[in-house]
Design a protein around this ligand. Structure first.
Ligand SMILES: Cc1ncc(C[n+]2csc(CCOP(=O)(O)OP(=O)(O)O)c2C)c(N)n1
Ligand code: SF4
Length: 298
């Protein structure tokens, strides 16, 4: 039990969102800032750690889930979203947060990303987007800049990059935001907004891979980024305006909330069988024998 600034008793202490596992990231990696923002957001919202799960793909950033004191599932490369959807349907009372790098979500898991967005299942997806494949030593990813030089593209990539916010909007996500691992307060605020949103929320986090991506650094983004809230004419509930914002990339790059829509049907709320008690908590006539299922799959 801890006390907040106004003397109100809080149910969960900061220590409850920590684990003893220190992630093995390069010193200075932007993933440290994302980890901190996730833990702080969960604490700030007093999210029950026993009712929360992080579902991650494979990559440097996906190792994050071991260091947050909630339940976790480390899945396979590109597959965090279908697993997270299954988790949500199995126990729709859980707070589900999915994680995957730009390779995970825009590359091998791109198809899953599109369908998770169009279903609008109630979960938050955080994409630590360092515009490179960090874990496998810095190859070009689907969000790498044109001309990005790597060991597998020594003369520079000759493919145009994908923009996660554009794709999310086009596919039907109902909360789309961007933040940066160099701005912890902003990032935490966006994560809080994303957790609170009912529906599929996506946060594209510019995450700095200091070891392999020497181009897209905090110094590169600092003069370019501005918050959409500074644009007084911008209405993030207007899809057309959000689309135009999401296409902005170059001298000016928007961060903050790009789109928020609370009127679209939410997948898990539309399933009649899930209207009452979560499936995981229902009484079964006979206990389900999971070992038998696994044996049958061998
Ligand atoms: C099916 C499959 N293909 C390829 C890999 C190898 N692999 C592991 S992580 C990764 C890319 C990691 O990049 P990203 O998703 O952007 O995450 P980051 O490490 O940058 O956080 C790749 C290609 C794998 N583990 N599984
Ligand atoms: S390789 Fe890049 S993304 Fe991976 S831990 Fe190091 S700095 Fe972070």
């Amino acid at each position: 039990m801890s006390i907040d600034q106004d003397g109100i008793k809080l149910k969960f202490d900061t220590s409850e969102y920590k684990t003893s596992i220190h992630p093995k990231w390069c010193p200075g990696c932007g993933d440290f800032a994302i980890l901190k923002a996730v833990k702080n957001a969960l604490y700030e919202l007093q999210i029950d750690p026993t009712q929360t799960i992080l579902v991650a793909g494979i990559g440097c950033s996906s190792k994050m889930m071991h260091s947050v004191g909630v339940y976790g599932l480390h899945t396979i490369h590109g597959r965090a979203l279908p697993v997270a959807t299954g988790v949500k349907l199995g126990n729709h009372g859980l707070n589900v947060i999915a994680f995957g790098g730009d390779g995970d979500m825009m590359g091998i898991g791109g198809n899953h990303f599109l369908h998770a967005a169009r279903r609008n299942t109630d979960m938050l997806l955080i994409i630590p987007n360092n515009q490179t494949y960090g874990l496998t030593t810095g190859q070009a990813s689907p969000t790498s800049d044109f001309g990005y030089k790597t060991s597998t593209s020594p003369d520079g990539t000759i493919e145009m990059p994908l923009n996660a916010t554009q794709l999310a909007l086009t596919a039907g996500a109902t909360f789309v935001a961007r933040s940066s691992s160099a701005d912890n307060d902003h990032l935490q605020k966006m994560i809080e907004e994303g957790i609170k949103h009912e529906g599929f929320a996506v946060i594209d986090v510019l995450q700095f891979c200091i070891t392999f991506n020497k181009i897209n650094t905090p110094d590169y983004y600092e003069p370019r980024l501005y918050d959409t809230s500074e644009d007084k004419d911008f209405d993030p509930s207007d899809l057309n305006q959000a689309m135009v914002k999401s296409y902005q990339w170059g001298d000016k790059i928007p961060k903050g909330v790009i789109y928020k829509n609370t009127t679209k049907p939410v997948f898990d709320k539309e399933i009649p069988q899930l209207q009452n008690t979560p499936m995981a908590l229902r009484e079964h006539d006979e206990p389900v024998n999971v070992s038998k299922i696994f044996n049958d799959l061998r």
